[in-house]
Write a protein that binds this ligand. Structure first.
Ligand code: HEM
Length: 228
């Protein structure tokens, strides 16, 4: 009897909390709209890659923030801070490995998502703007990978960045300026690391969040494309 009474009190308390937020944010209507939204019949497992890409992004966000508590973006400290992450940070090896593996999986997933959209011809009107937003999202995903690769400042990072920046320098006319902008000088140094870090943890996350907002808004407005 006492148990049933306790349950009743808890239920009233949660309903009260729900009412409080509902009066302020009209959230029951929004939750109901999401929960009762029907998935079209033709949607099958091929449609999961966009969602998995988004899940990868969320994992990157959380693990990236945790890594940022320990990582130091200077030529002297970068590599030793990575060792510090692996040796002393709680779950450091797990969090760093999750970040590195998910980065690769995210690129694979975004490519599969793009192929799914392409072969279903879901880029056709009225979804052409969403395809263009997607192209930007693809470049951002790849740039996340490239800018993150330098951060550990090991041999692989150094040479991959050197080759990458030299490839951009070979572009006619604007190539050398792009290289100078990326490196922040004539060679890979502290300025390069600072720039790559700023790109990796501020510019790209802010841009991808805005673009994902637009991407999802358009999917929501236009619905999933009909089968061919
Ligand atoms: C971070 C990258 C991306 C994320 C998280 C993402 C996420 C999603 C999600 C969740 C959907 C709903 C349907 C589905 O999953 O198939 C979707 C639809 C769509 N995406 Fe992406 N996407 C990304 C990149 C791209 C790229 C690279 C392209 C193409 C260049 C693209 C083009 C589209 C189009 C046209 C639709 C509508 C498809 C339809 O109506 O059938 N997206 N996206």
């Amino acid at each position: 009897m006492a148990g049933a009474e306790g349950n009743g009190i808890m239920k009233r308390m949660w309903t009260g909390v729900g009412d409080f937020f509902d009066e302020r944010f009209d959230m029951r209507r929004v939750i109901k709209e999401f929960a009762e939204h029907n998935v079209p019949d033709h949607v099958n497992w091929l449609y999961c890659f966009g969602g998995i890409t988004f899940l990868c992004f969320l994992i990157q966000l959380v693990t990236g923030i945790l890594l940022a508590f320990y990582y130091q973006p200077t030529m002297d400290q970068a590599y030793s801070s990575i060792l510090h992450i692996m040796d002393d940070m709680p779950f450091g090896v797990f969090i760093r490995s999750l970040h590195a593996w998910t980065a690769n999986i995210m690129i694979l997933m975004v490519i599969l998502h793009m192929l799914r959209v392409f072969f279903h011809a879901a880029y056709r009107p009225p979804r052409e703007l969403n395809w263009l937003t997607g192209v930007l999202l693809f470049f951002i995903t790849v740039t996340f990978g490239f800018s993150g690769y330098l951060l550990p400042m090991n041999q692989l990072s150094y040479w991959a960045t050197k080759v990458g920046s030299e490839i951009s320098a070979s572009m006619p006319f604007i190539g050398p300026s792009i290289q100078a902008f990326l490196l922040g000088g004539a060679k890979i140094a502290d300025a390069t690391l600072t720039r790559f870090y700023a790109i990796h943890v501020v510019i790209l996350p802010v841009t991808i969040t805005i673009l994902l907002g637009l991407h999802f808004l358009m999917v929501r407005k236009q619905g999933i494309a009909d089968p061919l």
